[in-house]
Design a protein around this ligand. Structure first.
Ligand SMILES: C[S@@+](CC[C@H](N)C(=O)[O-])C[C@H]1O[C@@H](n2cnc3c(N)ncnc32)[C@H](O)[C@@H]1O
Length: 275
């Protein structure tokens, strides 16, 4: 008799197997989040984590997506599937793009807004979080107000219509997006400032205006996924003024478990020295 993991058994997994997997993912996410939040040693981040759990008790973020009708918000099949970036991964992603205080960060399809909160609290960026579902936007605004985060702004907007013109960093966890919506996002890339960085989960953004900065395998609520880092190309040498790429991290394909941010930087600088 075939089981849940049996390759020959193409039948839908049993309810017990589904619940077991859900419980395993939730437990793993809880442990990893608590470890990352505590090790950040930032009391405001501890407060943000606690508040998120009050604003979204149990699995309510999943239920918000599950019970929202795709047709009501112009979403395609499966696009409202919920899953989230864990706190530790958010910190690694924002470090990898070498974010500086005051830089403008856009989180497209923000959900509970973990990346947005980490960017606003830990990196003191000017953050704009976008989601198509009102419950995320309303609760996100409330959490930002309670934490007195004047640098975190929530917008109810389709991510495919967001202008990328003034962004320094764009984050897209678009694993479940339809190809057509990813293409609409790619159409906005041309408007990015040269040197602006994009971090995209599961797939890079397909645009000739972007150059690759590397990739990392990181933890998400559903397991591990790759994050692709890209940077807006300089338009012309005259326009760019200076060689931005000398200060950016280079391509890295090592696992998040085996490599620290510092080792990525060291690797990049030693390569630059030998080049
Ligand atoms: C996979 S979750 C990612 C949540 C968050 N970015 C994270 O990484 O923790 C995707 C989110 O995108 C939102 N979403 C889906 N389609 C969207 C669209 N067209 N415009 C804006 N948000 C969208 C969903 O409501 C959901 O909150």
């Amino acid at each position: 008799m075939g089981g849940f993991w049996d390759e020959d058994n193409r039948e839908a997994p049993s309810l017990v197997a589904l619940y077991a997997r859900g419980a395993w993912c939730a437990g793993r996410a809880l442990l990893l989040n608590v470890r990352a939040v505590l090790s950040a040693a930032t009391p405001r981040l501890w407060a943000a984590y606690a508040l998120l759990n009050v604003a979204f008790p149990a699995s309510s973020a999943y239920r918000i997506c599950h019970w929202s009708r795709e047709a009501d918000v112009g979403a395609g099949p499966g696009e409202l599937t919920y899953g989230e970036t864990l706190f530790g991964s958010a910190i690694r992603i924002l470090r990898h793009v070498q974010i500086r205080p005051g830089e403008r960060v856009l989180e497209l399809g923000a959900g509970r807004g973990i990346v947005a909160l980490v960017a606003a609290i830990v990196f003191r960026a000017d953050v704009h979080a976008f989601d198509v579902l009102w419950p995320f936007v309303r609760r996100g605004r409330l959490v930002a107000r309670i934490l007195c985060l004047s640098n975190l702004h929530w917008h109810r907007q389709d991510l495919a219509t967001v202008s990328l013109e003034n962004a320094d960093v764009v984050y897209l966890a678009g694993t479940c997006l339809q190809e057509a919506r990813r293409e609409l996002v790619a159409d906005h890339v041309q408007a990015l400032k040269p040197g602006a960085r994009i971090a995209s989960v599961s797939e890079p953004i397909a645009s000739v205006d972007l150059e690759e900065l590397g990739e990392l395998e990181l933890d998400f609520s559903w397991g591990k996924s790759r994050v692709y880092f890209q940077q807006r190309r300089a338009r012309t040498p005259e326009e760019s003024g200076h060689r931005d790429d000398e200060t950016r991290p280079r391509r890295s394909t090592e696992s998040a478990n085996s490599v620290s941010f510092r080792s990525i930087l060291n690797e990049a600088s030693s390569r630059n020295r030998t080049a």
